[in-house]
Design a protein around this ligand. Structure first.
Ligand code: PEP
Ligand code: MG
Length: 584
């Protein structure tokens, strides 16, 4: 089934100007209005910002590297053309290559960087424009035709500059709606969040880490908007509805006004839900549910406190270091965890050890690329092998913080069974003995692989608690990539196979007397949270921004009715039937 919108709708407004409606899949709720800022694609916005005199050398270095990558690209292209079409056709590229390595061309751009103190992209854009404009006004036809070549080269260099992961759009104009082919966690970690109003992408899944970050930052986001980077013009006015998945381009005044009233209603609903944050998360029949926060930086623990949550249920520590050139030191780890623990003031803090691999690839592991990283050396598997030193440094830092904050706990990602969990536990226990710690922190297992579900009883024999990661668990049970838009409909926690896995783990926890929580995105969806409660889950961990709605839902729920609903869902044969059961 192709679920991409086949046609974009052109809608006539009250004004002569035509507005365009694009449809995609909502992945982060909320309504927002702003101007398109396109990254990647053929119509990307060219970033323009001033740089301090002390960092112009860094801009020149970026330029050098982009020119070199551009030249390598062209050489490869030329080789291919020569092999397929022959030498005369391939010679066309000689002039392009010559310009890319031309000393004067490079000098001119560098001079622009130094004299105007601007970023490399802007220096390339203005230099190329100057050259192309003067060629275009030449009398000679041959020279006029070269203007297009120069512009083409400029685009090539700009593309390489935008691939430079070290500068992921750190400066955006106010109220920017980012329009991109796809976003990665690093893009969002380093982006100018103060000016980011919304996100529209062509690709990407609903539980990929970029979508998770958008929700955590409460930024409305829509994925699967076909051809967004080519259909939307840079600077176009956009209305983004993160509830319905509709992006309106260049709305006429009446449409923009209608949208503003919708925004107002949405904000009122949000404010009403947040007004109830002081109330306990208890069902109508008195079952209490622990609500915890998922965080990615120490400072975000403050959000857990502000939203009146019971603590932090998942600290995704790998985000702290994704853009670091070197492996994190003991001190860097320690400072982040100490910050979180202090803010929580005695509330539980569950720190997950580095879950590297998959779509979370830090700069300091640049050389470590794999064919299929989702199924590669990742999570605990990586920590127990190549990442052993990294793991031990992190554990030492956690233990140092745990020495003065008793509620610090350790959570291990991508556990497969009692053996790998046991091996990690032995390392932790040895390090705790070395530090003469009176009591080691509690150690829990992420349940996010089918292997962990099937060996849950063994795991609970050696683990103090467990937390179900529904994002990965769904991906691996259903063989549906959490990051891929093509299978976005298939990657759903509502599939009965995933629900049965959750039920199995909840029952095992009950039998073993060990706490089981859910920290995947399923916990942040109020309707799904109701179903999880029906399956026996009593602890939910989610982005603090989503917690008000979940709390509100719990307070209108009867846990016995939720159980009956869950029993029905477990008997369904597919996710669609479950969806109908819980939303009707
Ligand atoms: C999960 O897989 O559900 C989870 C919580 O971990 P992450 O999203 O960080 O992979
Ligand atoms: Mg996971």
């Amino acid at each position: 089934m192709d679920i991409r919108p086949s046609h974009h709708r052109v809608v006539a407004g009250d004004e002569p100007r035509k507005m365009l409606e694009l449809r995609g899949r909502p992945v982060s709720p909320g309504l927002t209005r702003g101007r398109a800022y396109i990254i990647g694609g053929d119509r990307m916005a060219v970033p323009h910002y001033r740089v301090a005199a002390t960092v112009t050398a860094e801009e020149r270095r970026r330029l050098e590297s982009a020119l070199q990558s551009g030249a390598e690209d062209l050489a490869r292209l030329q080789e291919r053309v020569q092999a397929e079409l022959g030498r005369p056709e391939a010679e066309i590229f000689d002039a392009h290559r010559a310009l890319l390595s031309d000393e004067q061309f490079r000098e001119r751009i560098c001079a622009h960087i130094d004299q105007q103190q601007v970023n490399a992209e802007w220096a390339v854009e203005t230099t190329v424009k100057d050259i192309a404009d003067s060629l275009e006004s030449a009398d000679n036809e041959y020279l006029r035709e070269r203007a297009a070549d120069v512009r083409d080269l400029g685009h090539r260099v700009l593309r390489h500059l935008s691939d430079d992961e070290r500068r992921p759009h750190a400066y955006l104009p106010a109220d920017s709606i980012l329009v991109a082919r796809e976003l990665f966690p690093l893009d969002l970690m380093e982006i100018d969040r103060a000016h980011l109003a919304g996100i529209v992408t062509e690709r990407g899944g609903a539980t990929g880490h970029a979508a998770i970050l958008a929700r955590a930052l409460a930024i409305p986001a829509i994925t699967g908007v076909a051809d967004a980077t080519s259909v939307i013009s840079p600077g176009a006015e956009l209305l983004v509805d993160g509830g319905s998945g509709v992006v309106t381009v260049d709305p006429p005044t009446d449409e923009a006004e209608r949208f503003s009233s919708k925004v107002q209603r949405y904000d009122q609903g949000q404010a009403a839900a947040e007004a109830d944050e002081g109330l306990v998360a208890e069902t109508l029949d008195g079952a209490t549910v622990g609500l915890y926060a998922n965080i990615a930086r120490g400072t975000e623990a403050q959000d857990a406190v502000d939203h009146r949550l019971d603590g932090v249920g998942l600290f995704r520590t790998e985000y702290l270091f994704l853009n670091e050139p070197d492996a994190p030191s003991f001190e860097k780890h320690r400072a982040a965890y100490e910050d979180a623990a202090r803010r929580l003031d005695g509330r539980p803090l569950v720190i997950r050890t580095l879950d590297l691999g998959g779509d979370k690839f830090p700069r300091f592991l640049d050389s470590h690329r794999e064919e299929n990283p989702m199924l590669g050396l990742r999570g605990l598997r990586f920590s127990l092998t190549e990442g052993r030193t990294l793991f031990e440094t992190q554990i030492q830092a956690i233990l140092a913080v745990a020495a003065s904050h008793r509620e610090v706990r350790i959570l291990l990602p991508m556990v497969l069974g009692a053996a790998d969990f046991g091996a990690a536990r032995s390392i932790i226990e040895k390090l705790a003995r070395d530090e003469h710690l009176r009591e080691r922190p509690k150690i829990g297992a992420m349940i996010e692989t089918p292997a962990a579900v099937l060996t849950i009883h063994d795991i609970l024999d050696v683990a103090d608690f467990a937390s179900i990661g529904t994002n990965d668990l769904t991906q691996f049970i259903l063989a549906a990539d959490r990051n891929a838009f093509d299978v976005i409909e298939h990657h759903t926690v509502l599939h009965p196979a995933v629900l049965r896995a959750i039920k199995l783990v909840a029952e095992a926890g009950e039998k073993a007397g060990k706490a089981i929580s859910v920290c995947g995105e399923a916990a942040a969806n109020p309707a799904v949270a109701g179903l999880l409660i029906g399956l026996g889950i009593r602890q939910l961990s989610m982005s603090p921004a989503a917690s008000a709605w979940v709390r509100q839902r719990i307070r209108t729920l009867d846990s016995r009715e939720a159980e009956t609903l869950a029993e029905r869902a477990l008997k369904c044969t597919d996710a669609e039937l479950v969806r109908m059961a819980i939303w009707n």
